[in-house]
Design a protein around this ligand. Structure first.
Ligand SMILES: Nc1ncnc2c1ncn2[C@@H]1O[C@H](COP(=O)(O)OP(=O)(O)OP(=O)(O)O)[C@@H](O)[C@H]1O
Ligand SMILES: [Mg+2]
Length: 501
């Protein structure tokens, strides 16, 4: 049976104390449509999404489903009306299994008891939708804590689907997925459309918007500023709606010579549980890219260099063999690592933005005069990254998803590292802030920092790096540079297909 729904949000307002998260949120979506909800970090996308699902209650405005005003007090009321969501903050309970998480609160019952057999079977059926795109290890009974970020994201999506919704909101649901997982999700979205579902899709990746959205609604500073039909618009127009002064967005790859600069990092035959012998060199002033599908060893490589996990093989910094046994030693030697998973690795959510930014460089500012400088340095980094915040003293928990990620990046930039390791750092960051971040990276590179940069976004690697190593199954499956550094070759090397020389 074909599903049917129309949903309209009108003049929605949400304030937190003195902060206006949303001042005039409007959108409309109906069966068979994908509506992209666009806007810079902090523009109110997640707030509007949460108002629709009853997770937060608006100060003003209304939501209409099938023409009738509704006011959901909880997400479960919204789900009963056929509306479910994948939130930007992951919501799974680490100690429970995949299947317990998915069916929590709506377990299949038999004679009034939870029917575990049925639960297992239904979970397997859901997992099969992403078959082949996660490790065999992801089973209905696996605890969430054993899963990688992309696998958790898949479980979040399956959980939202388990309610068999008429409308689904995907808030940055693709940010942790690799390109194959995204492709599968988009196939599912096409099925959902055909079944008459409506989809609200939040993403900072323009390429994704143009692939699957039918319409776009743009928020700026908490206000809906425009609606467009995708077939009748272009990137430029959407970005102009999103941010004023969007001129800095064009990314150009610049040719530059690094071979004459000294070698900063040498790795020889590095092995971990996942890595099967990786060797590479990074010069001062080089931004070396790491590509490939998720979980092929990119994180392991960065963590092993940083001394956060055990490895064998040789690691040298400026010619001196230094196998760090602890991140502290790496940090003392001028190495910094920007993690990709901000929730668990990067931030103390209840502490202030300033405290979080200072976490990594505390010792270098350890005097009262130092503290004043720490504040102004932090303020500068925050400004350069265009952080949207009430003040440096506001808690990190009050920031939008993308702005929280900027704190993670900022905290390492403050240290002015000699070797910077980046683990997929721009997930969920809007186009404007990304451009600022790219500029910062280029500045760091030009001032001689050696940078090793893993990104799940092929566009970033193609736009910023002169050389990209593609990892597949714990090994370097290709080293691409010059004319070889193309999207086609990047994708085929990601699949483990080594192209001929
Ligand atoms: N609980 C809260 N307390 C105070 N301010 C908040 C709270 N939640 C959100 N805000 C503020 O409201 C604004 C809108 O946040 P929201 O999360 O909706 O943005 P977003 O468009 O989803 O951004 P992103 O792209 O970074 O995810 C931000 O400036 C944010 O700091
Ligand atoms: Mg958000």
């Amino acid at each position: 049976m074909v599903k049917n729904i129309t949903l309209v949000a009108e003049q929605a307002v949400k304030t937190y104390g003195g902060v206006t998260a949303l001042s005039d949120g409007n959108l409309a979506v109906k069966s068979g449509e994908v509506l992209a909800l666009l806007g810079a970090n902090g523009s109110g996308k997640s707030t509007l999404s949460k108002i629709i699902t009853g997770l937060i209650s608006p100060n003003k405005g209304r939501v209409l489903v099938d023409g009738r005003p509704v006011s959901f007090n909880t997400p479960s009321e919204a789900r009963k009306a056929g509306i479910s969501a994948v939130y930007q903050e992951l919501s799974l309970i680490p100690d429970l299994s995949v299947s317990e998480n998915i069916w929590l609160g709506h377990e299949p019952l038999r004679f009034g008891m939870v029917n575990r057999g049925e639960m297992h079977k239904r979970t397997q059926a859901l997992l099969d939708l992403f078959k082949g795109l996660y490790r065999p290890h992801l089973q209905p009974d696996a605890p969430i804590s054993s899963l990688t970020p992309d696998e958790r994201q898949i479980v979040e999506i399956l959980k939202a689907m388990s309610f068999d919704p008429r409308l689904i909101i995907l808030d940055e649901a693709t940010a942790s997925l690799d390109s194959q997982q995204v492709n599968r999700l988009f196939e599912l979205v096409a099925d959902w459309k055909a079944q008459g579902m409506a989809i609200i899709f939040v993403s900072h990746r323009m390429e994704e918007i143009f692939r699957i959205a039918d319409k776009a609604t743009v928020l700026r500073n908490g206000r809906t500023v425009g609606d467009r039909v995708i077939a009748a618009t272009n990137r430029r127009e959407l970005v102009d709606l999103m941010i004023e002064g969007a001129g800095l967005l064009e990314q150009q790859r610049q040719a530059f010579e690094v071979s004459d600069k000294p070698v900063r990092l040498t790795i020889d035959d590095l092995k971990t549980n996942v890595l099967r012998g990786v060797s590479l060199t990074v010069h001062d002033g080089e931004l070396l890219g790491l590509g490939g599908l998720h979980g092929q060893g990119q994180s392991d490589l960065l963590m092993a260099i940083f001394g956060a996990i055990k490895s064998s093989g040789r690691i040298s910094l400026s010619g001196e063999e230094l196998h760090f046994s602890h991140p502290k030693n790496a940090m003392n030697a001028g190495v910094a690592l920007v993690p990709g998973d901000r929730g668990s690795e990067g931030l103390l959510l209840i502490r202030s933005i300033f405290e979080n930014m200072l976490l990594a460089s505390w010792s270098s500012y350890g005097t009262p005069i130092g503290m004043r400088k720490a504040r102004s340095d932090s303020q500068n980094v925050a400004q350069e990254l265009k952080m949207v915040m009430a003040s440096l003293d506001a808690p990190v928990s009050s920031l939008s998803g993308g702005n929280a990620q900027k704190v993670v990046i900022g905290k390492w930039l403050l240290r002015a590292p000699k070797l910077l390791l980046l683990n997929d750092p721009t997930k969920g960051i809007d186009v404007g802030a990304k451009a600022e971040f790219y500029n910062l990276l280029k500045q760091l590179r030009d001032s001689g920092t050696a940078i090793l940069f893993y990104s799940s976004d092929d566009d970033e690697l193609l736009g910023l790096c002169n050389r990209v190593l593609v990892l597949h199954d714990g090994q370097v499956s290709a080293a691409l540079s010059g004319d070889d550094l193309s999207r086609d070759k990047l994708v085929s090397a990601s699949m483990g297909t080594v192209h001929s020389e």
